[in-house]
Ligand binder design. Sequence first.
Ligand code: CAA
Length: 288
Amino acid sequence: MSSPNDLPQTLMVIGAGQMGSGIAQVAAASGITVLLHDVSASSIQKGLAAITKQLSRSVDKGKLTEERKAEILSRIQPAEQLEQAAQAELVIEAVTEQLELKASLLRRLEEICPPQVIFASNTSSLPITELAAVTGRPSRVIGMHFMNPVPVMPLVEVIRGLETSQDVFEAVRALAMHMGKTPVEVNDFPGFVSNRILMPMINEAVYTVYEGVATAEAVDQVMKLGMNHPMGPLELADFIGLDTCLSIMDILYEGFKDPKYRPCPLLRKYVKAGRLGRKTGQGFYRYD
Ligand code: CAA
């Protein structure tokens, strides 16, 4: 990618979980070759299986042909070695939301990838500027925050770190559009825009249950029927993962030092109990 108008032919997605596999699917569907990496071969296979299932569902609905499904899948290559990132023009990381984990990954990528390679992070709230600072190429580090479920949601927040160059910003914006998404530019502040607004709403919904104002079902009904939200805030919290919601609230609280971002004790209690939402079978609701 020598100029902002060049799209990457090959990108690596690191992390084959819900977000990473969604990003890989959408990139491959847009014609880009994707190297899908995770810590183990079985994690990569799990991600590939989720993508295959998702595409098969679209075939069953008559929205995709078998040929097109095969074509998309053929563009996603399992990459067991991180060193394969050397073949990519852009790397998108979608690993667990831990600053040190992402920082150490970026330090390794710095050694592997040629200097022109762009490092994009799908972080939902960690500071891009701080992540960029651990590399020798802060001007080529940027936030590319997709929404869940990635194949469905049109938004990508494109987050400029303090040093992100205009070229890199333009290249990532063009990539997001090529992937069929609408990029929205935001600056690097805790929670960016999406989670600065969404998470306090979810947190307030948890307080509403905590204080006995209404049941979880009633809170969700109010927001769905009264505000036309596709999911109620507590159903959405279960979908995102209560651990993720709590960690983003903690980042907002820490980042702004403002009590309005105080995570609800009930949210913390559920996370401590292992009730993390859909992925563990129980959150505000049960999933059998
Ligand atoms: N992966 C891929 N596609 C999915 C999907 C998934 N997990 N879940 C649903 N879909 C697809 C379905 O296949 C269906 O596609 P077609 O229209 O082509 O048939 C379409 O989405 C609609 O799905 P359903 O009819 O099954 O259900 P629905 O109408 O209730 O929609 C939903 C499901 C799109 C998830 C909708 O409930 C919704 O928009 N919910 C809110 C999602 C949201 O707010 N996401 C942002 C979370 S915050 C975030 O991601 C940022 C962060 O940092 C935490």
